[in-house]
Design a protein around this ligand. Structure first.
Ligand SMILES: [Zn+2]
Length: 237
């Protein structure tokens, strides 16, 4: 069993990320900022790095802990990232992949089994929360403001993590934003969990370590020969 908390105690995201990105544009005693390297930001410095977590407040909205940084930037698996961090054998700096505009396309593969079972726990708990007492307001929001029916809430297994929109919880060893959870299934596997927060510049965040790139939401429901309607928002059904 990987002890995620223990690994993270010994690592400061600011040091880890400075190693990959170089000197930050701005540094206070709490956080550092950069141009976001994940969406090749041109104007502004939306990428904020705290001791834990790091987060892009701009276009891509990615964020997470030290482990998810290694997964995202160095294309490691969850397990590899944990091993690298605990042994201190960090991956070599790899400039070319992310610095130019022609980024190498990321493989469409679901996260590993360990991540999936951890995230599955979170999805289950969030479902229980949504239909329980603490989910009253969130459920009301989904039905009344977004116009979803109980069936369209149940079927895709929407859920709820209670907490302030600025809060990030550690559940089953993963970093979880608070809000309405939207599990991302394809090929009968969980690829990621999006979270729609109640407020904040970037409403949609993700549970750390997911990989939903190249994976259309609810792709399994697409059937050959039947009409397909594609909408812009995950909550529009
Ligand atoms: Zn970004």
């Amino acid at each position: 069993m990987i002890d995620v908390e223990r690994i993270k105690q010994n690592i400061d995201c600011r040091d880890l990320i400075e190693r990959d990105l170089g000197k930050p544009k701005y540094r206070s005693n709490k956080y550092s900022t950069y141009k976001c390297p994940l969406h090749n930001e041109e104007k502004g410095y939306s990428f904020g790095v705290y001791g834990d977590p790091w987060v892009c407040f701009g276009k891509c909205g990615h964020g997470g802990d030290a482990i998810s940084w290694l997964i995202e930037w160095h294309n490691l698996s969850f397990q590899e990232a944990c091993e690298r961090l605990s042994s201190g054998d960090l991956p070599k700096l790899q400039q070319p992949i992310h610095t130019s505009k022609n980024r190498v396309s990321v493989l469409s593969e679901p996260p590993d089994l360990e991540w999936r079972s951890r995230a599955e726990e979170i999805v289950k708990q969030a479902e229980v929360n949504l239909w329980g007492e603490q989910g009253t307001r969130a459920l009301h929001y989904l039905k009344e403001q977004r116009g979803l029916t109980e069936a369209t809430i149940l079927e895709p297994r929407l859920g709820y993590i209670q907490g302030d929109y600025r809060e990030w919880k550690t559940l089953s060893g993963l970093i979880v934003p608070c809000g309405v959870t939207i599990p991302w299934y394809a090929d009968q596997m969980l690829w990621g969990v999006k979270v729609r927060r109640a407020a904040g510049q970037q409403r949609y965040q993700q549970v750390s370590g997911g990989n939903i790139k190249g994976c259309p939401y609810l792709a399994d429901t697409i059937q050959p020969g039947l009409p397909l309607m594609i909408t812009e928002g995950d909550l529009i059904r």
